[in-house]
Structures are given as C-alpha cells and as structure tokens.
Design a protein around this ligand. Sequence first.
Ligand code: NG1
Ligand code: ZN
Length: 549
Amino acid sequence: EDQRLLFLSSSSHFPPPQGVKLSYGTSGFRADASILQSTVYRVGILAALRALKTQSVIGLMITASHNEVSDNGVKVADPSGGMLSQDWEPFADTLANARDPQHLVELIAEFVQKENITLDGTKPVEILLARDTRPSGEFLLEAAKQGISSIIGAVALDMGILTTPQLHWMVRARNVGVKASETDYFKQLSSSFRCLVDLSPCGTHANNVDDKLVVDGANGVGGEKLEILKTMLNGLAIEVRNSGKEGGVLNEGVGADYVQKEKVVPFSFGSQDVGIRCASLDGDADRLVYFVVPSTSSNKIELVDGDKILSLFAIFIKEQLSILNKEIDVKAKNGYQCHLGIVQTAYANGASTDYLKQLGLEVTFTPTGVKYLHEKAAEYDIGIYFEANGHGTILFSEQFLCWLKARTTELSDVAKGSEQHKAALRLLAVSELINQAVGDALSGVLLVEAILKYMGWSIQRWNELYQDLPSRQLKAIVDRRAVVTANAETVAVTPPGIQEAINAETAKHPRGRCFVRPSGTEDVIRVYAEASSQDAADNLAQSVAKLVD
Ligand code: NG1
Ligand code: ZN
C-alpha cells in the first residue's frame, strides 16, 4: 500500500507526451529530448524492478549516441553489462505508453506479481546511472532518479558523465565483485595495453609504426575521456580534436557516424592530416572507425570501417591461436580446441566477408542490433562481432579463459618466455583490454594500436587487407512497419513481391547485393546496396528505394 501511494504521487509529476507511441528499440528509447521525461522516469522504475528481480546491479544510461544534440534516449544495462534481456522489452513498451498514474500503478502491480518480485525493501539493490554530454541529460537523469526512488529498496547511484561502454563495464565489474570506479576502468585499459605492447616482437617491426594518432571526439564524452586515458599511455601520441571544449556541436559534421556514412573528413581535419592515422568516435563512444586523408585536393577520406577493425582483430587472434596450438595436441588432456567465430550483419561489406572466409574463419550473420550480434558471439570460445559502422567487441568464454590462465601458470620455467607462453599472455591481455560488456571505442582504439605495433603495419598496409566494394545507403521515409524481413534481414517477406523485384534490380549489376529493412531507431525503411562500381551501387539503391516508397 505504501508502494502504491508512493507511485501515485511521484508519477503524477511525469505525464506522458500526448499522441506519441514509444518503443524500446535496438538501442532503448530515443526521441526529441523534450518529450522524454516521463519515459525516462518510467525506465527508472523498470531498471529498479530489474535490479530487484535479478538481485544484481543494473545500469541506466541516458544518451542518443550519434543522433543530433537535441535528441536523447535511455537504455538499461543488464547484470552481465549487456543489453536489457529481450523478454523485458515488451514491458518497457507497456510502461512507457501507460496513459496515466492509475494505469501505470496497475501495470506495475500486475508485472511485479507475474515476475514474483518482492517489494518489501528487505534486499536493497543498486542502479548505476550515467549520461553523455547532452545538456538535456541533466534533467532526464533527475527523472530517472525519481523513478528509481519510487520503488522501495532501490538505490540510485549517479556516476555522472560517462561513455556508454564505461557504464556497461562498471555494471559488469560490480556484479562479479571487481572494483569498478572510472579510475579502475582507465587502469585496466592502460595496463593491459602496456602488457600487449611489451609482448610485441621487439625491435624492427614495432619501430616502423608511427606513434601519432589523431582522434575526432565527435564533440562528445569520448574525447573528454580519451584526454584522461592518453596521459596513462606510453608509446602512443594521441591528439584529440573535437573534444567538445572547442565549442563545436555534438555529432554535427563530426563523429564516427558522419565519417562512415558521408566518407568525408570531419570538421577540423584536412590537408594537414594527409597520410596520418586518424580515428573517429561517436557521441557516446561505443563506435569507432579509422580513416586516412589521402590528398590535399579533396575532402574525401579513405574509410577503415568496423569490418576492417574486425578483420584486424581476427587476424591477430587467429595468429595467437595458431602459435598456441603449434606444439599442443588439442585432443590431449591439457589441450583445448578453441572455437573462434566471427559475427557480422548484412551491412558488412561483401569484400570483408569474402576475405574472412578465405582466411578459413567461421562467419555467421544476425539481424542488425548489438543484442543479436552479442548473443551470437557469446556462443564461441572467442566470438568477434562488429557492425560496419564501428560497433563491436570480442567475447571470451569463461572456460577458455580458465584454460589459458592455467596454461600460463603450468608451463615449466623453460617454456616461460617461449612464443607459446607469449601468445597465451597476449590473448589474456586482449580479454582484459577489450570491453566484454559492449563495443567500446576507447578500448577498441587501444587494441587496434597495439595490433598495428605488433604487426608493424601502417594504416595504409592495414587498409590494403582487401578492397571494399562500393556501397550506398539510403532511407525511405515511410511507415517502417511496411517491410518485414527474414534470414538476418537479407530477405523482405512483406510487402508481397518486393523481394522478387529487388532480386530483378540486383541481377542487373555485377557483384550486386541489396536489401531493405525497417530501422530499429527511426521510423524509416533503410536501403543498402553494393556493386562493383559506385555508380552501380548508387543506381541499385535508388531503384530499390523507389520500390518501397
Ligand atoms: P537502425 O536505425 O536500426 O538501422 C542504427 C544502426 C545500427 C545500430 C543502431 C543502434 C546502421 C545502418 N544502423 O540502427 O547498426 O548501431 O543504430 O545505434 O548503421
Ligand atoms: Zn553510440
């Protein structure tokens, strides 16, 4: 009864926006910040219930990532540090769209009973809150706190301004009993980076790689955090631009999404950067792409996207595994057959998939959305997933990590210092450096840099692994429910006949590939096309976009 009264009084301060239907998409709720207060309040309630249900630490992040500064959003991180469990998403939708306080209270009471959640405050739980640098984040965070404190036994801990991956990392760490402040995060990244670099073949190779890296911070939280992290690193000279302190606008003409989609230099980059290794983060630093400015005469860039980061990671891991297995009979008692898997989406450039398969790697596809990629990658001993847009990470199974740790300690003194021993240590360092909760641009940058040093590769050499097929992305502004897809979004099943029409258009172009899908974050249908020339990719995308319009 206390609980019911608490709700009624607090929720009356947060009336839902009129005439809007919100849905918890692949990245939580996103909309213009001005209509989100009631949604964020309700997600606060949801996060508190999730924490009580799981008896674990839960995260709540306020961000709209690469979207414009006037937008905002909210999403929940589960105890593992991953996305909110999919079976709670419908409840998130129901809560967000409840008409009035009375209705809200009824929905919550019903759900609490169904999920068997105890609301007596006997087992208090914590919810970690954070936000990106959007000005609206401040009042939205307040709304989240109120939502949380309307649930008896739920305690909100405000972690301040963080990148999305930092918050996910903290949730994951706290739930396994590890210290999890921001300082701990920076320490773990910098020390595992140092460890990897120290394990690089010394001399010739590593010295060939230029230490200079210029990073576009998208005028968001990532640039600010990288400024701190870089002071803890040796052998890497990072210059951060668009850190947000120079007065630029978040994601406007800057950031990983802009660079990847437009393939032009971000603001404040240009002729002074020709040939230099550059990277771009998105607004909440969970995406990373690299690029090179090839000449002073145009603003075009050569993009080194998520698929190429994935390929670099895959080559490195594969090499370490083969060193490791050289003298081990994997079927012997102390052996281990490590199952390595690569996970992509239909947006992966076809040339990258061909390349990875040629290396003999196992490649699988899932629909767009981190939750699908992550879930699939978790099925392997080492699962590497990336979206072309630069979101991705590497997951290690507990079982494999245990085996690796045992290997490094069991080895005789003679074998310590052997290549095999080093390979095991490198893999362990990767598992510490990479953020296993979610894709993380900061840990991603450090892993790319460490691998380039190890290989002795310039960014140009890396970029030459394979050549991207020209591609084009378009969006058709129509009701996204018009298209339903199957087979990891590669086939459109409705409207009837559309797939046949797409096939007919695609067949007109050498190396043509094309698909349409409803966006999970905007009310649009997205069109993707690739072909052997840019003109052909453009034409294919155009003609297919007409089919859905
Ligand atoms: P939608 O709007 O569903 O295409 C976009 C990205 C996804 C993912 C989400 C979450 C593209 C084509 N799509 O999803 O890959 O990153 O945003 O932010 O880039
Ligand atoms: Zn993002």
